[in-house]
Ligand binder design. Structure first.
Ligand SMILES: NC(=O)c1ccc[n+]([C@@H]2O[C@H](COP(=O)([O-])OP(=O)(O)OC[C@H]3O[C@@H](n4cnc5c(N)ncnc54)[C@H](OP(=O)(O)O)[C@@H]3O)[C@@H](O)[C@H]2O)c1
Length: 257
């Protein structure tokens, strides 16, 4: 059977598009001709991403969105429907590490809740809205890529909220992947280790290891993550990268460090 031709222009939502991995993925997709809705809490950061896109690339739409707020998420996907009429890809990327270095017994409940609301509840809300749109539209279907982490597999010290939410994202990915089958909705996950962004600035200055020592860790270029996400995004819907692990080659993880 011939794979279905991708829609042109293809429409994506990227959350957390004002910095780091989200910005790099948005720019990679725009350069490839996708139209991209840029979502995040800081509109000026989203507008900066839009201004970095090549004039020959796809269209942008900046939507101020706190992914932890159901009304914001509903408004984001309504704006995408209104402007572009359909949705081919959600890159569920917005996330926070939360307060680093706080032992579990000292972590305030509000801090736990903030990480869960952002990383897990936000990803659920965006995936649910994307799912509804992709199920309804003609031609039917689309793709969701969740941004997990190496922390979806193994924790760093004092990272209980981040690690718990990233493990939970793996369950979200698997459930959505199964539930999406009847509707041509493909769902996959990218698990990244040490891409150089604001969130990983501490990796280079020294971060707590499991043996109690501080050590600087290798990082990789976000552009390499962006190319991987684009590859996942541009597969025909009949094919899916279920899980991809992309990490700085020499970071501590494989081989017990
Ligand atoms: N860098 C890595 O090596 C690495 C490794 C594994 C996983 N990840 C994951 O990659 C994703 C992006 O991280 P990054 O490294 O690119 O760090 P980053 O530059 O800090 O990006 C995080 C983005 O999420 C957005 N965000 C945070 N809370 C939000 C909310 N409530 N609503 C909407 N947007 C929100 C932020 O924008 P606003 O502040 O404007 O809202 C920001 O653009 C995260 O999910 C992270 O867990 C990164």
């Amino acid at each position: 059977m011939e794979p279905a031709a991708p829609q042109d222009p293809r429409i994506a939502v990227v959350t957390g598009a004002g910095s780091g991995i989200g910005r790099a993925v948005a720019l990679e997709l725009l350069a490839a001709g996708w139209s991209v809705a840029l979502a995040g809490r800081r509109v000026e950061a989203l507008e900066e991403t839009a201004s970095l896109a090549s004039a020959r690339g796809g269209a942008t739409l900046c939507v101020r969105t706190d992914v932890a707020r159901p009304d914001d998420v509903a408004a984001l996907f309504a704006a995408v429907r209104e402007r572009f009429g359909r949705l081919d890809l959600l890159f569920n990327n917005a996330g926070t590490f939360g307060p680093g270095g706080v032992p579990v017994e000292e972590l305030p409940y509000d801090a736990w809740r903030h990480v869960v609301d952002t990383n897990l509840n936000g990803a659920f809300l965006c995936a649910q809205a994307a799912f509804r749109q992709m199920k309804e539209q003609e031609p039917r279907g689309g793709r969701i890529i969740n941004n997990g982490s190496i922390s979806a597999h193994a924790p760093r010290p004092h990272s209980v909220a981040y690690t718990a939410t990233k493990h939970a994202l793996t369950g979200l990915t698997k459930s959505l992947s199964l539930d999406g089958r009847p509707y041509r909705i493909a769902v996959g996950q990218i698990d990244i280790g040490n891409a150089a962004t604001d969130m990983t600035a501490r990796m280079q200055s020294g971060i707590l290891q499991a043996n109690g020592e501080l050590a600087s860790e290798p990082v990789m270029d976000v552009a390499d993550v962006a190319r991987t996400v684009r590859h996942m995004a541009e597969l025909p819907l009949e094919a899916n990268v279920q899980f991809a692990t992309v990490l700085a080659t020499n970071m501590p993880y494989v081989g017990r460090g």
